[in-house]
Ligand binder design. Structure first.
Ligand SMILES: Nc1ncnc2c1ncn2[C@@H]1O[C@H](COP(=O)(O)OP(=O)(O)OP(=O)(O)O)[C@@H](O)[C@H]1O
Ligand SMILES: Nc1ncnc2c1ncn2[C@@H]1O[C@H](COP(=O)(O)OP(=O)(O)OP(=O)(O)O)[C@@H](O)[C@H]1O
Ligand SMILES: [Mg+2]
Ligand SMILES: [Mg+2]
Lengths: 256, 256
């Protein structure tokens, strides 16, 4: 059975999608069969992997709100051990359409259950909100990876996110744990970034990954080429930091 | 009657809140009576101005979903011509609670109508989504200011946002216009940023503000001191660029 991890943070632009794509790509080059699920109406994970949204038949919307066949939604990427369930812009209506449905928070979990046996890891990218799409990710997952930018607003939002995770654990998904807090876009020359890191490590101790993702322009260029940074520029600090993260991530996951 | 402007972009972390706070602060030092409305459950505009959320009685949630008195929700800030309607984390439930209500997209417009005569400008900060809170902002406003980070995903999301603005104009708010597209976190040393700027100016011509907001660490430090950058470090490039933006913004607004 696959280990399912949701990438969550309601603060926008903290590196959820960048981490989802590059962690998944690094897992796949370590020959761990991985499925990436794009659960954001922005569909950035889908376009970041170079997939043309107009060529897609079945997508995450059909799985969550319709009765699409999950195996039909899975598509190949440029990496042999990495598959994707793409998103589409019409997922933006899902938050409203889900409201009146029974078991509205369990739709994604049900959709992924028939696929779980085919993968070792399933990563879910979420939108920047604490709405029903993010809740579907938190219910489907066994653990949450929280990317945090080293800035004031990102730090401030963390307590709200952790409260939501506690709520989900107590009512909808009793085994939900925190896989780790990941510092992203880190600029060592910046006082604020160092203060935020110090504060997070003091408060959350070893929950915070040792690996820190530096601000690196190659990470923001890679999506415009439709590739994970590993395939765009493997020698870059961005690619190297995600390879390092993957080692640490696997140690944590395989320890459990 | 006040000119009402919504700050919108469903892409996360592009500078909506930073622009809302610093444009409003610059307007207030030009002695334009300004009201800032925080319509995001993250309540970053509220904390970025140093307001302690626990001391607030009436907030945006009471106005949109209850029958709170708008004049009771308005609070003072550190600047004499700037008032704020604060947000709170329980606004996160609003997206779900609004779904079944009549005229659900008009709640904010109605709430602001009794305040409009007291101000020259009202700025509305929105969450990173195209849900009912953002729609309330687009219906209440006469124009939209779109902050765009010079990155691939932010550029990609612009067409979805413009489609949504067209939809709102055709069905809910016939006079909605685009006040301008603002380039934020611009780093001139970065090829991608220059390419995105070129693409945007070619495509959207004079809709794009001449003023470009540079990446400047003083802008990300200011919120941790609860102040707009004008009060935190007025000589910084960040503060100077927002003062320059305000001049250009007023020229556009007063021309109409
Ligand atoms: N370490 C990094 N260095 C430089 N740029 C980065 C880095 N990580 C992400 N970026 C860029 O910063 C922007 C925000 O990252 P990303 O889109 O991954 O965040 P997100 O949390 O998924 O955003 P959203 O909340 O909109 O879903 C993107 O343009 C991305 O390319
Ligand atoms: N020009 C700038 N230079 C440096 N840092 C900036 C700049 N503008 C914004 N920031 C910082 O970048 C982060 C994102 O900005 P901000 O929170 O204003 O974006 P937002 O669009 O409101 O995000 P969200 O989508 O979560 O509401 C914040 O930590 C902010 O302090
Ligand atoms: Mg994303
Ligand atoms: Mg914001």
């Amino acid at each position: 059975m696959a280990k399912i991890i949701a990438l969550c943070n309601q603060k926008g632009g903290v590196g959820k999608t960048t981490t989802a794509i590059n962690l998944a790509a690094s897992l796949s080059v370590s020959e761990k069969k991985t499925l990436l699920v794009d659960c954001d109406p922005q569909a950035n994970t889908t376009s970041g992997l170079g997939i043309d949204k107009s060529t897609i038949n079945t997508n995450i919307y059909n799985l969550i709100l319709g009765d699409g066949d999950p195996s039909q939604a899975v598509i190949k990427t440029g990496l042999s051990y990495l598959d994707l369930i793409p998103s589409t812009n019409n997922l933006v209506g899902a938050e409203v359409e889900l409201v009146g449905l029974d078991e509205r928070e369990f739709k994604l979990k049900k959709a992924l259950s028939s696929l779980s046996a085919n993968y070792e890891y399933i990563l879910i990218d979420s939108p920047p909100s604490l709405g029903l799409l993010t809740l579907n990710g938190l219910v489907a997952a066994e653990s949450v990876l929280i990317p945090v930018q080293c800035e004031y607003y990102a730090l401030e939002g963390l307590s709200e996110l952790l409260k939501t995770i506690d709520l989900v654990r107590s009512s909808l998904n009793p085994t939900l744990s925190v896989a780790g807090i990941l510092l992203t876009m880190f600029d060592a020359r910046n006082n604020l970034a160092r203060q935020v890191e110090e504060e997070l490590r003091k408060h959350f101790k070893e929950t915070v990954f040792q690996t820190v993702i530096p601000r690196n322009v190659r990470l923001s260029e890679a999506p415009s080429h439709g590739k994970p940074v590993l395939l765009y520029d493997v020698k870059s600090r961005g690619a190297q930091s995600y390879l390092e993260l993957t080692k640490e991530f696997l140690e944590r996951m395989e320890r459990v």
